[in-house]
Design a protein around this ligand. Structure first.
Ligand SMILES: [Zn+2]
Length: 247
């Protein structure tokens, strides 16, 4: 699904627009001068549906050079191994979760609990994936003349990061599960979810300048993205906790 000339939504499951496998997060494809970059990879249950979307959008799946992961949860990172193996894509993730992804440690990414409570099918397995580069604090990835900046946004789970992509037209913020439409958060009863860190991450994001909010699920805002960070921050400023996407 074309969002604009250089940005496409090529994966999205039941917490989104039902484009691809129901367990996929939003998977974004960025058209760069000589390659395609994916932000998150979906669950890996059916990468062919993502490939079909890319092809329909005029993108070459074999041109995927990098997969930038926002965090290690299976709906975001489960497909990374496919892209690394099939087309040699460089997989980027926080150092904090790299060993869990490499070894396929399902407890470390809370997949065991999520599967037990029915959030994933009983036969779903995480495909272990080597992390090629760390999304270190405030590091930038250079793609031709453009940079994609990594912004640490801990709290939702261990090693959460957001990515800021600035083009001539607009500033795009990919937040994974760190901030959603309406200023909502994804706080879960898992070992590595940290409320205070989540609220501090809201503050970091609210201090950024950006136009487009491109989260890992639910609504997308191409022009007034900052308003969602501002909405969350106004709750935090009143000592509150923004609403949760999970009831
Ligand atoms: Zn998550």
């Amino acid at each position: 699904m074309k969002l604009h000339e250089r940005l496409f939504l090529v994966g999205s499951g039941s917490l989104g627009f039902g484009l691809t496998d129901p367990f996929d997060c939003h998977v974004y494809a960025l058209r760069m001068p000589t390659s395609v970059i994916l932000i998150d990879s979906g669950s890996g249950r059916d990468p062919n549906r993502i490939i079909d979307e890319m092809t329909a959008d005029g993108l070459r799946p074999d041109a995927v050079s990098h997969v930038l992961l926002t965090h290690g949860h299976a709906d975001h990172a489960g497909g990374a191994a496919y892209w690394r193996d099939a087309v040699g894509a460089t997989v980027v993730a926080s150092e904090e979760i790299s060993s869990a992804l490499t070894s396929g440690d399902e407890s470390a990414i809370s997949l065991d609990r999520a599967r037990n409570c029915g959030m994933y099918p009983g036969d779903y397995k995480f495909q272990p994936c080597v992390v090629d580069e760390y999304a270190e604090s405030f590091s930038s990835f250079q793609f031709g003349e453009e940079l994609i900046e990594c912004i640490p946004t801990p709290g939702h789970s261990l090693g959460c990061v957001s990515y800021l992509w600035v083009t001539d037209e607009r500033r795009h913020l990919f937040t994974g599960d760190s901030l959603f439409w309406g200023g909502r958060l994804a706080l879960q009863s898992i070992y590595d979810c940290d409320l205070q860190q989540s609220l501090d991450s809201v503050r970091s994001l609210a201090q950024l300048e950006f136009d487009a909010l491109l989260p890992g699920h639910l609504g997308i805002d191409l022009s007034s993205g900052k308003s969602h960070a501002t909405a969350a921050m106004s709750v935090v400023d009143r000592m509150g906790v923004p609403a949760n996407i999970q009831g």
